[in-house]
Design a protein around this ligand. Sequence first.
Ligand code: HEC
Ligand code: HEC
Ligand code: HEC
Length: 450
Amino acid sequence: MKFRFVFFSLASAAIAGSLVAIFYAWQPSIAPIVSEGPFDSALVRKGAQLALLGDCVTCHTADGGAAYAGGLAMPTPFGTIYSTNITPDPDTGIGHWSEQAFVRALRAGVDREGRHLYPAFPYDHFTLVSNEDARALYAFFMSRDPVKAAARPNELPFPINIRLVLAGWKLLFLRQDRFVPDPARDAKWNRGKYLVDGLGHCGACHSPRNLMGAEEKSRGFAGGEAEGWHAYALGASSHAAVPWDEASLAEYLANGFHAMHGVAKGPMANVLDNLAQVDRADVDSMAHYLASLADRRSEAPVEVAPNARAAAPSGPGKMPQAAGAQAATPAVAGDAGAAIYAAACASCHESARPLPLGGAALSRSSALTGESPTNLVNVVMQGLPAADGTARPIMPGFADVLSDSQLIDLVHFVRERFSGKQDWTDVATAIRAARSTREFARRSTANNAR
Ligand code: HEC
Ligand code: HEC
Ligand code: HEC
């Protein structure tokens, strides 16, 4: 009797639970429209700036494809997701989308027909975007030339291929709140936070993710993975040898490099190609906000080897390598790594030529002092390809020249010599990953060069 009662209560609870879940999961289709244009040109211009801040073009453009026509393959730990066509083509793009449908997609991750979208589309950040900014983005996209390009089906395993599953994910991880300014802070700080946390979706790469692919908000900016690269910890958890401050952040975000930190590489280069075209005041606001996160350093000091700081140069033309070398323990890897460094790297990296054409002093690079060997391995293997028309630095790739064991010796040697920090333990894994994703890497560097 009692057992039957328990069974029925459980069963009814399960049914009620599923009804709630289905109610939450179900989203109405929004009626198609013909056109809401033409749009005010000032609004369209504002939308263009916001689209750059949101990196829309980077994800929604395939290699060699038309801008915003979608089709870029995005490998995730769960499978490959393809971005969609967001030009106003009525059949294959968003030509039939009303402003309401567009804004719902942007801030709630639901398409016009009511289907849940994968969070590879960073709507968990775009949810902070204001009504006015969402409107401007809509005006911008609806004023593009329509391009006919059907979306490629995603390659995801069961049950992740079922979009309804995303309703559960959203219930757990998506907080649909608009941005609320902090009255205790000034307008610049609030503007910076709005852009960094919202459209800029910096945490999408720079924060760690849990097993279900959701950002760990409690460990915001503690460093994360992005397309085979490591997005370094920012703010209070940064491992940069020379601490970032507002001025250096602003210069790096605006120009793509900073003399004390080196050049932006991998997916960060794409982000900065976009930021190079936005209003400098917005970049300065982001730098202002990010710099304020580093102020927590004094409250909760992170482990930064003192000698790494000491290795910071005191003026141009100084050779900070020498300072780092004094502090570092002798390389255990023995002479093999040192010999490779002397033969393959020193000629450029100790030439004291200024950035971006000379190699930076390695002791200043987060590739050496950072929490992960991934980017160092990527740079050494792929090099930095020449880009058309811009003063981008060039470094040859060594993937075909150095064997895995030579790469390991080299990485251990330069880590110890230039960072004075404890050696990494996962170098072999990083090299294996870099070799297996070389095809992808080649593609994304081709993107950078575009
Ligand atoms: C990090 C990559 C990324 C960025 C940045 C990004 N998107 Fe997307 N977006 C995607 C992916 C992937 C999808 C498809 C998701 C799916 O299939 O569930 C998508 C889907 C969409 C959709 C739904 C389209 C449809 O047909 O269902 C809209 C609208 C959209 N994005 C607009 C934007 C806008 C506007 C921006 C810039 C503010 C932007 N996206 C930035 C990856 C991105
Ligand atoms: C698509 C992923 C991605 C996004 C989005 C992204 N970053 Fe990055 N970021 C990276 C990667 C990867 C690196 C490492 C680049 C390198 O090795 O040069 C990086 C490096 C940086 C660095 C240098 C850190 C150091 O110690 O050298 C800063 C600062 C930074 N990003 C700030 C930002 C800000 C601000 C935003 C948002 C506007 C942002 N990033 C958005 C991936 C990303
Ligand atoms: C032909 C000159 C050249 C050679 C040879 C060379 N580099 Fe570079 N390297 C550069 C330039 C230029 C840059 C870009 C400027 C910068 O960031 O240092 C760079 C960047 C780097 C960076 C990224 C620094 C940062 O965070 O921005 C690392 C790490 C690096 N090189 C390591 C090496 C290693 C290790 C070797 C030897 C296997 C090597 N390089 C050989 C020219 C060279």
